[in-house]
Design a protein around this ligand. Sequence first.
Ligand SMILES: [Zn+2]
Length: 251
Amino acid sequence: MKFTKKQIDRYSRQIILKKIGVIGQKKLLRSSVLIVGAGGLGSPIAIYLAASGIGNIGIVDKDKVEISNLSRQIIFTTNDIKKNKSSAAISKLRKINPTIKLKSFNKNLTVQNINQVAKNFDLIVDGSDNFRTRFLINDYCIKNQKILVSGAISKFDGQVYTFNFSKKKSPCLRCFIPRIPANPDIDNCEYEGILGTLGGIIGSIQANEVIKEIVGTGDTLCGYILIIDALKLTFRKVKLNKRSDCYCNEN
Ligand SMILES: [Zn+2]
């Protein structure tokens, strides 16, 4: 793969970084990332990953844009209200970076369709808002030894997890949350509220984790949870141990 002049110009500020370079940028362009959820997390994740030159990006979401989304879902504008989120997000990304492959999936991820939707993607970024989807993605990534970068936000708090299931010792989401909590489909944002900027903080860290995992540079969060309190502005990195009786040990 040879860079065109336009590609060198577009990605020059990353290529110049010694820890990325031409080789790292080529890895990004050859990579494929599926973003689950085009919401508060999915918005900054998608924007940064498209801008940084991930060569193939998919976005899964079945919702339509509502006015109450606009305080945090920064990929959308007022003109997008009532449009399908996945396709509105993809058309925005096409304007940011027309040189990469983009695909929208206007559906909810289910046990029945996850293999079909996710098969062409090496890495999955979870920006979903419910536990059913989180656990579904977790289990799929374990079975298929894919990398999962997961994020969660509520009120003023956020968490980031990176799981690299090609490594045998990686813990999983179930090691931390063994059982799906009651009311797994509850939309926390609607009931508990959310500060818009938190999606930007957590989503940007998720995008940063994706880039490091693909390029193979720096230390990723694999094996840890990052817990952020945006009110007190504290960042805590907590070791996450693999549970011996967890699903991730049996698959
Ligand atoms: Zn586990």
